[in-house]
Design a protein around this ligand. Structure first.
Ligand code: ATP
Ligand code: MG
Length: 572
């Protein structure tokens, strides 16, 4: 029983990795320890796919009373790493996970990794090879053809030790030599055809400076780093499945503590790309405003957009963990977000495209404070006062001079409810003399309907949101749509670059919006629902006088619809 092993910890969602751990615990493997790690390479910002891995690794450790390390896989020296390291730390923390005092860097282990390479050479299991990168590729063979042994494969241990030492000492230029494992050039697994373990790279590293001019390859470093940290379950994505035999070979050849590598499916999402390289392209080519552009699937982007860590964790729990790759609908992520925001986001009134309304029979100079509910889902969030006066703004699309059938909002002669206020009836319109555009509408109100209900019980078919013109704050709203028009922009049968499928209308900026005065000074990052419109989050570009809002997600839940129809199909 899981509960006997995990004690008080809440049971996480069931999946095959969790089952492996449960079985290991039952058999007493690793002395009952669970120790995982999240190993980002600091070459970009984290995205929602990384969130899946973070939730999995930290989540399993938490569930079983274990530990999870944060380890930067910084074996490849490159320029901007410091910025990436900082963003990754911030993102993992923001998601709600804590590595405590276990923040590590693969570069911390460069010395032991070097010593282990020497040990492999001594054991006749590694050699220095003078083939160029191009030649190494040619000698490797193909899936259908075995490779050829390198002419340097049979160097003596002494010669290998000498050359490797001189590689480290900086005697050779970049690419002149590599250290390779001596395994099997005829192996059906290409990863075992004498893989390169070390390369020469005269490059400055963000942590070790110029101390090293040889750098270990990912495949060589990863397992040994796991071993040093006594990781029990080294969880990685499926593309590493074919690397596992090498992972195991190295650990066995060195005779050191052996963590178990387990592979799971990468997250793919529709209408976006989840690859740091592609995301970097979007940033560098200026298709977006930066790594934290609210249209980006990066954690910093969706945070700025208004996503909550709770919604992301809930999403990662729902998508589960599998042994084959699939594609998840973006609408499921949005559904998880709405679920969370619906519970927590205060409702406010805001008008995106304002149309002026004058209430002719409302006393000039009078201001009434209308009581508005902050969240109908949570009475504990209380109420607030919203000022009402003679001149208001409503949404332009809430008025039609010539209303089509099924249009129940304001139209000449028609009565509607202004939320939390009064019933009003449209008495006339003022038009621009030249263009004919409606500039302003005139209404009368029924003073007996304060609060929105008529004492005579007469009904109206529509309730509109509004703001008082004299009290509202001017704001900017940024409306976002899918970043890509295609569900799968990266897989293109016509061979077009993924940027060919960028949605030219992924952002619409509305200046001159009007929001209720309670939003004055709203803190960047805070979220709310603009009633009848969408959820919004305050952008860091805001000033105290002029807030900027990012549309986080609309109110319409397409996933709920999909789910419903799937259910109907299942039942039918
Ligand atoms: P990218 O392809 O975006 O560059 P990566 O795998 O190179 O991703 P890393 O920094 O090496 O990025 O990833 C750190 C961890 O996050 C790895 O364990 C990796 O398997 C995992 N990870 C990366 N992308 C995804 C994804 N889309 N879904 C699940 N896990 C992922
Ligand atoms: Mg990587």
């Amino acid at each position: 029983m899981p509960s006997e092993i995990s004690g008080e910890a809440p049971a996480g969602p069931s999946h095959f990795i969790r089952d492996i751990i449960l079985e290991d615990l039952r058999r007493g493997k690793h002395g009952g320890r669970v120790h995982t790690r999240f190993p980002p390479e600091p070459n970009g910002y984290l995205h929602i796919g990384h969130a899946k891995s973070i939730c999995l690794n930290f989540g399993l450790a938490a569930e079983f009373g274990g530990k999870c390390n944060l380890r930067f896989d910084d074996t490849n020296p490159c320029k901007e790493e410091v910025e990436y390291v900082e963003s990754i730390l911030e993102d993992v923390r923001w998601l709600g996970f804590d590595w405590e005092d276990r923040l590590y860097y693969a570069s911390d282990y460069f010395e032991p990794l070097y010593q282990w390479a020497v040990q492999l050479i001594r054991a006749g299991k590694a050699y220095v090879c003078d083939l160029s990168a191009q030649q190494v590729r040619e000698y490797r063979g193909t899936l259908t053809q075995p490779g050829w042994d390198s002419p340097y494969r049979d160097r003596t241990v002494e010669e290998n030790l000498d050359l490797f030492q001189r590689m480290r000492a900086g005697e050779f230029p970049d690419g002149a030599r590599t250290l390779r494992a001596k395994i099997d050039m005829a192996s059906p697994n290409l990863n075992l055809r004498d893989p390169v373990l070390y390369r020469i790279l005269h490059a400055e590293h963000h942590r070790t400076g110029n101390q090293w001019c040889i750098y270990p390859m990912y495949d060589y470093a990863h397992g040994q780093c796991d071993s040093i940290e006594r990781i029990t379950h080294s969880i990685c994505t499926l593309e590493f499945e074919d690397h596992r035999p090498l992972y195991d070979w190295l650990i066995e050849a060195l005779g050191i503590y052996h963590p178990q590598q387990i592979e799971f499916d990468r997250l793919n999402l529709t209408h976006t790309v989840l690859s740091k390289r592609k995301l970097l392209t979007l940033v560098e080519q200026g298709h977006v405003r930066g790594w934290d552009d609210p249209r980006m699937p990066t954690l910093s982007g969706i945070r700025r957009r208004g996503y909550t860590p709770e919604a992301i964790r809930s999403f990662c729990g729902r998508i589960g963990v599998a042994k084959t790759n699939g594609v998840i609908e973006l609408s499921l992520l949005e559904h998880c977000l709405r679920e969370d925001l619906n519970r927590r986001a205060p409702r406010v009134m805001a008008v995106l495209r304002p149309l002026r309304v004058v209430i002719d029979n409302y006393p000039e100079g009078l201001v009434e404070e209308m009581e508005a509910v902050n969240n109908p889902e949570d009475p504990g969030m209380g109420t607030r006062k919203v000022p009402f006066s003679r001149v208001l703004y409503i949404e332009r699309e809430d008025f039609r001079e010539d209303p089509p059938k099924q249009y129940y909002r304001l139209a000449p002669g028609r009565e509607v409810r202004l939320r939390y206020a009064y019933l009003v009836r449209c008495a006339g319109v003022v038009r621009d003399e030249n263009t004919g555009e409606v500039m302003e509408i005139h209404c009368t109100y029924d003073p007996a309907t304060r609060g929105g209900d008529a004492p005579d019980g007469r009904r109206v078919k529509s309730t509109l949101h509004w703001v008082s013109a004299a009290h509202a704050i001017e704001a900017e709203a940024r409306l976002y749509d899918h970043l890509f028009t295609r569900a799968n922009p990266a897989e293109d049968s016509e061979g077009l670059d993924f940027t060919a499928h960028l949605n030219p209308n992924s952002m619409e900026v509305l200046a001159g919006c009007r929001v209720e005065p309670s939003l004055r000074g709203a803190a960047p990052g805070s979220r709310c629902q603009f009633e009848r419109l969408a959820y919004f989050a305050v952008d860091p570009d805001s000033t105290p006088e002029r807030p900027v809002f990012n549309r986080t997600v609309t109110l319409r839940d397409t996933w709920a619809k999909i789910e419903k129809s799937l259910k109907a199909q299942g039942e039918g």
